[in-house]
Write a protein that binds this ligand. Structure first.
Ligand SMILES: Nc1ncnc2c1ncn2[C@@H]1O[C@H](COP(=O)(O)OP(=O)(O)O)[C@@H](O)[C@H]1O
Ligand SMILES: [Mg+2]
Length: 324
């Protein structure tokens, strides 16, 4: 059953040249209980997509300028602040990359998790304290009673991220958005946190949007994948088929830059994709990846390709793929 459906989303920011789209016609859906991976290099629009869903685009600097975000049958775009706040932290929660900047340094971990309940009108009594303790146990924090009284800087990065996840799960949301939840962590701790999210998904039947720049993570922890580039989805499909038979040159490039993944021929070496993600102020009528693409044709610079299904459930937005 579809829980979240994003349709033709456009999110723009004010720039010196006027409003420019950071997200330009993005559509995807998330089923209940499934993990959707959103992958792409830094600057491709992953966080802006997440913040748009959460209603957290600062109105001083930007806005959702088109499309709809339907969550459990309700369009979140244009919802009143109070209605959004009632959903946030309760039915949709988000975990950020750097828990230290998301946590308040002046409050103990126990007080901050407790604050989620207070914010939703549930008070700070004994029942809340018991629930906070239960949450810390749920995310496998050793010595939860001790951690309750600690300040964020007094615990490790891995424990802080677990505390953030506990906070996000306070009300057992339907949807958890994890935006590069392990990027700031050591490799061994990364795996622990990702395994934790995976276990919680199964136990609590959460839908998860797992955002990462690391396509290696996608293979292990997601059911379906959307590959983003320049504020658009360039390829989408089931994780298994998309990773074993990528259609878009950008996906192929991402896979070729990851050790142990991708269909590399013997002797072929790992390669970074040359060039960088375009800025939102660059006006490009065609495919935004064209300047970095090994298969560029004249059409690529003239007209933006639309997502076209190439295999069951797998679609790519690419003129070269379409011509093949
Ligand atoms: N507040 C902002 N003002 C202007 N541009 C922004 C703002 N936030 C993000 N952007 C731009 O939007 C694009 C997408 O950013 P983001 O979603 O953060 O990328 P990602 O999370 O994939 O690394 C980038 O080009 C970024 O510079
Ligand atoms: Mg980001």
């Amino acid at each position: 059953m579809t829980l979240l459906s994003v349709n033709n989303l456009a999110t723009e920011f004010n720039t010196q040249a006027g409003p420019r789209r950071a997200i330009d016609g993005v559509s995807f859906s998330v089923e209940r209980g499934e993990v959707l991976g959103i992958v792409g290099e830094s600057g491709s629009g992953k966080s802006v997509t997440a913040l748009s869903i959460m209603g957290l685009i600062d109105p001083q600097v930007g806005r959702i300028s088109g499309g709809s975000i339907t969550f459990d049958g309700r369009d979140l775009v244009g919802l009143k602040l109070a209605e959004l706040q009632a959903l946030r932290g309760k039915r949709i929660s988000m975990v950020f990359q750097e828990p230290l900047s998301a946590l308040n340094p002046c409050f103990t971990i126990g007080d901050q998790i407790g604050e989620v309940f207070v914010a939703h009108g549930d008070g700070a009594g004994a029942a809340t304290r018991a629930r906070v303790l239960e949450l810390l146990k749920l995310v496998h924090i050793p010595d939860p009673e001790g951690i309750l009284r600690r300040y964020p800087h007094e615990i490790s990065g891995g424990m802080r991220q677990r505390a953030m996840i506990a906070m996000a799960l306070a009300y057992t949301p339907d949807l958890l958005i994890a935006d590069e939840p392990t990027t700031a962590l050591d490799v061994t701790i990364q795996a622990q946190v990702l395994n934790l999210i995976d276990r919680l998904r199964q136990e609590l039947k959460l839908a998860v949007i797992l955002i990462t720049h690391d396509i290696g993570i996608v293979a292990q922890y997601t059911d379906r994948v959307a590959v983003m580039y320049g504020g658009r989805i360039v390829e989408t499909g089931p994780a298994e088929t998309l990773l074993s038979a990528p259609r878009h040159p950008y996906t192929i490039g991402l896979l070729a830059s990851v050790p142990r993944l991708g269909a590399r021929r013997p002797g072929e070496r790992l390669q970074e994709i040359p060039g960088t993600v375009p800025s939102i102020t660059e006006i490009l009528p065609g495919c935004r990846f064209a300047s970095r693409c090994a298969h560029r044709m004249s059409r690529c610079d003239e007209q933006a390709p639309a997502l076209v299904e190439r295999a069951p459930g797998q679609a790519a937005a690419c003129w070269w793929t379409e011509a093949a």
